[in-house]
Structures are given as structure tokens and as C-alpha cells.
Ligand binder design. Sequence first.
Ligand code: NDP
Length: 284
Amino acid sequence: MGNLISGKEVSKTIRSRIREEAQKLREDHGIQPGLAVILVGNDPASQIYVRNKQKACEEVGFHAFEYKLSENSTQEQLLDLIGVLNKDNKVHGILVQLPLPDHIDEQTVIDTISAEKDVDAFHPMNVGKIMIGNYDFLPCTPAGVMELIDSTGVEIAGKNCVVVGRSNIVGKPMAMLLLHRNATVTICHSKTRNLAEICAGADILVSAVGRAHFIKADMVKEGAMVIDVGMNHDEEGKLCGDVEFAEVEPKTSYITPVPGGVGPMTITMLMQNTLRAAQMKIGK
Ligand code: NDP
């Protein structure tokens, strides 16, 4: 029987520490961490994410600055806004909610955010630092996964870890963080042969594919830890992960649920990065 790793519980503990540290920063240095969130267009999912990020800011005592641009705003308008926020002392973190409308080039936008305010850790400078292992910010979802693994007390060093998915925001940095902790890491993707067999060799299996019912029981080793990053909708429209939970859970030692697993951690790590960006102002 797998022990459930509760992202809600782990998040709560980390958020209360962030709140305390933010209060101390305010009292000792007069700095209130500030996060600017830019939303372009009316994508309903993005609107929910942005609202949740603002709520999290309130919860930990940060200042949230919200910018809503219309769907047909130009790339130049967006870059100009980022330029202003890059110079604004009250803004420590800048987040542009992705995806952006097709006429705006995502990479150009990411490149324009000052690396010290890039709390998503998508800027090439921060991506490079993560590769080297000497970083200011970690990308939020993989960082959240590391916190969840660590909350179990299970040692990562020497373990066989399999990451399914190689996106720049989840799979690749996830593999790198596990590697930094001395795991033996295999990255799988859509061209991987013998995927089920490779997954079944994992002590820690992280799935970041984006397909419901993808990880089945025969892909999981007895006693493995399974981390489900996927956020999908099943046939009934209900939120679910990549893992066929009912059949996989009994084989695992630890498993994350969806919802209530990795999801809450992503925003918590965004708060942590924003706090860090503000603390960097005092040379911490
Ligand atoms: P992407 O679509 O960018 O990447 C998906 C990856 O899965 C790709 O590397 C792709 O391989 C791989 N893949 C697709 N099909 C297969 C297959 N049949 N076999 C093996 N690998 C396959 O997604 P993201 O990384 O952005 O997100 C992944 C999931 O995580 C999504 O459900 C997303 O919603 C969720 N997510 C959840 C977050 C949270 O806070 N909980 C945060 C971010 C994402 P290839 O590269 O070859 O195409």
C-alpha cells in the first residue's frame, strides 16, 4: 500500500516558513517581496492560475502586481511592460503566464525578463546555472517535486530515477535536479523504446507526460515511489494525473495524488523564488 504524499500538507509547512521569512525581511529591511504577474488574453485556465498565484501572494504577505493585457496586444507592448517592471524596485519577481498568443514569441519574452527577477527560472542564464548546479532559482514544478520526495525521508542518492517527459519546464530540469542529488537518471520521451520496461526499473518514477491513464501497474516496480506531475482531464472531465492511480497505488511505497500532489507545490515554489529574489536585494 502506497503512502500518500500530500502536496497540500507539505505546501502548508513551506508557506508558513515563507510567511515568517517575508515578515522578517519587512521588519528588518523594509522590503516586502513583490511579484508581478502578466496575463495576455483571456485563456480560462491561465486566468485561474493567475488568480491562484495572487491568492498565494496574499497568504504569505507578498505584494501582488497584476497586469492584464488584451489578446491582441503587440509583442512590443509586452516587452515594454517587462522593461518597466525590470527597473521597478518594488517588483522582485516577474512572471508572464504561458502560453502566449501565437503572434508573440515566448523565448523573446523570457529573454527580456531580468535574470534576477525570473522567478520561473526559464531565462537562459538561470537554465545554465541549473545545469551547472549553482543556481539562484529552481523551476517551480521540479523544485516542488524534490520537496515532496524529501518529505518522505527517502534517500535519493544512488537510486534509479526515471523521468518520463523532457520539456524545458518539467522533464529536463527535473532530471538535472535528481542528477545533482546523485541519482542515476533516465529520461524517457515519445521516441523511447521499451518505455514500460525502463519505468519498471525505477526506484523513483516521475511522470510528466500529460496523458491520462498513461502509467499502468505493469510499468511500476513493487515498492517504487511514483510522482505524478500530469494534469489531465479524464473522460468525465475530472482532473487526473498520468498515473492509473487505483491499480498503481498498491504497488508503491509512496505516491502523489492528483489533485493535491505536485499541483499545490508549484505555486509554493514560486513564492519561495520570489522571497529569494527579494532576499537577494540584501545580499542574502
Ligand atoms: P509537454 O507536452 O511539453 O511535454 C510532454 C512530454 O511527454 C514530452 O517530452 C513528450 O515527448 C513526452 N511524451 C508524450 N507522449 C509520450 C509517450 N507516448 N511516451 C513517452 N513520452 C511521451 O508537457 P509539460 O512538460 O509542460 O507538462 C507535462 C504534464 O505536466 C502536463 O499534464 C501538464 O499539464 C503537467 N504540468 C503540471 C504542473 C503542476 O503544477 N502540477 C506544472 C507543469 C506541467 P517528446 O519530447 O518526444 O514529444
